[in-house]
Design a protein around this ligand. Sequence first.
Ligand SMILES: Cc1cc2nc3c(=O)[nH]c(=O)nc-3n(C[C@H](O)[C@H](O)[C@H](O)COP(=O)(O)O)c2cc1C
Length: 328
Amino acid sequence: MPPERAHHFALSCLRFVLFLPGGKWLIKNLYTVRSAPVEFFGLMFPNPVGLAAGFDKDGRYLDLLPYLGFGFIELGTVTPIAQPGNPKPRLFRLAKDEALINRMGFNNEGVDALVERLKRNKIPIIVGGNIGKNKFTPNDQAVKDYLICFNKLFDHVDYFVVNVSSPNTPGLRALQEKEPLTKILIALQVANNLKPEAKPILLKIAPDLNKEQLQDIVEIIKNTKLAGIVATNTTISRENLSTDSLTINEIGPGGLSGKPLTDASNQVINYLYSSTKGEVPIIGVGGIHNVPSGISKIKAGAVLIQIYSGFIYQGPSFVKRLVKAISN
Ligand SMILES: Cc1cc2nc3c(=O)[nH]c(=O)nc-3n(C[C@H](O)[C@H](O)[C@H](O)COP(=O)(O)O)c2cc1C
């Protein structure tokens, strides 16, 4: 089955079991484990293991995901207006590498559809809203798109993530540069501070930034008083792969995630942790493919972790194993 269809098929099967008599009890017992809550950015997370953005962009699985053991889920990336994303196929498995390459291109039903689903579902875990810009919005007007998504989602999520690091929206990563990024983050913080109670805003960054760019990011985060950093998104690198280069070339462009990303992502986390002296909380994501790699994120300086590709390869029981290992 093509990976994108398999994704929705597997989740629909789990949801089918969930709504059988005793299904909720069964799934909860299989996949969740008690653990001590942890507090970051003023939010109480039932456990430190989250679902990374992109997995449930539109909130289609809000009824199911809380039963799979996550302490938090990050929805999106959503954009102001629905958009189809790139032509299919756009998601590829590299089984030998326990990796994925995707060029989804922010396919999503738009922020309003997500808000409607959030209104209909009461979610017992922490929910993040990952926000982006529409493909056809020029970069110099991107701030408007981020503000639309922020304002519409405000009453329905617990924290926000500003995504300027996807490699699949042309020009998006240029928004990681000092000037445009500062402009977007200041505008969001101004809007945030106009609310009766501000919400944590985090920035999600690419693993492909050099030290100078990372240092700029640290400065911007401090200047704009962001709550934290999500590190990292997928990489455009194709290094350290076991899959043959012909296959890789045939797949073409996209972001690489999963096992080959572990070290690059950990290096970014470690750099950010050192240069912020641990004062800015980091959500570590990228290449968590087994329990030791999950623990390595915490050792590199992350306070919370998220998974995506590892969840695909290891299955839902992976969450419970990570929670047990990290919480003990
Ligand atoms: C199919 C796919 C879609 C993704 N979509 C998004 C997205 O919309 N927004 C985002 O911030 N990250 C997105 N990501 C990146 C993940 O959230 C995560 O940062 C990345 O995959 C690294 O984690 P992993 O190695 O555990 O997969 C996507 C990843 C994949 C594989």
